[in-house]
Design a protein around this ligand. Sequence first.
Ligand code: PEP
Ligand code: MN
Length: 364
Amino acid sequence: MIIIMNKNAREADIARVEKILSQQGIRSERLTGEKQVVIGIIGASNGLDISVVTTLEGVQDVVRVSSPIKLASRLQHPEDTVITFSDGTKIGGSAPAIVIAGPCSVESADQLRRTAEFVRSSGVRFLRGGAFKPRTSPYSFQGLGFDGLELLKKVSEEFGLFIVTEVMEPAHAPRVAEFADIIQVGARNMQNFPLLRQLGNVNKPVMLKRGPASTIEEWLLAAEYILSGGNENVILCERGIRTFETALRYTTDISAVPLVKELSHLPVIVDPSHGTGKRSMVTPMSRASIAAGADGIMVEVHPDPLRSLSDGVQALTFEMFEEMMGELVRIGDAIDRQILIEPYTGAKSRGSKKSPSESPYKVA
Ligand code: PEP
Ligand code: MN
């Protein structure tokens, strides 16, 4: 950290800043320039509150030179984090990009089973579905709760699917972790610090969505809460942010993908369904996400979007989903990144791997 003094700071002001630092056990060094003095902090700044230093007499500015991002930072962990599931399926690094697909909400046994069978037959391994729904209005469908989790478990066993589902309450985390293969933290909960702390203790990967009004630094600091609790398996999910543009529900920040990959070793995926809020935008933005280097995408798909109890406007139809998968494979080919597609043999295939050349989407 560097403290820049005003051009007309008095010796007493400078000495006072130095005294405050030394009283807090912080080592510093004074650099006297032609016009102004700069005080450099050597080593740890012992939790010094920048905002307080900025208010001291004679101080012009305080500049942070080291990042507050520690465990999530690539500087401390240069190699990519790769998350490995029970059958060897991986997310991150140079592993094939994954597709997570399914309805916004688990609505009924029939709706979930139809969707699960369809996405699995399309070669997808990860099924999404919310049982606890963060709805803007308390009068909207709130999800089936633990009954929804039971339905997810049933189809995951039947079709060999990994389950991605959201937890909203810290107290629910251990129980949701028993059903989920990836626990989702929704955008609205990105800074629910008790929830993040709780997820630092669970033994399942956590997918942390970016808050709609959060900076990249805030997002990475939220990940830091989970990592510092001892859970190293965090996946970051860009899901659109609020900007001045209102033509779509949110603005999908595709540049977050290469930027976060530069700053952090954690896998990054994109959710273009929530990122745009519009069905016709989902496939183009999925293509863009893979092209930008995302480790996967998460999309909403529904057997009958018009009857969906939540987010029907952004849900892909089965037909649109299949078309999108073919396009993703072509983008993957162009940038030399495979898309994880495992043909479904009809058997309980959690773990039965097929070579990607058997993919129904591969174009020669
Ligand atoms: C969801 O994934 O269904 C969801 C509610 O997403 P978000 O938290 O990004 O709005
Ligand atoms: Mn949704």
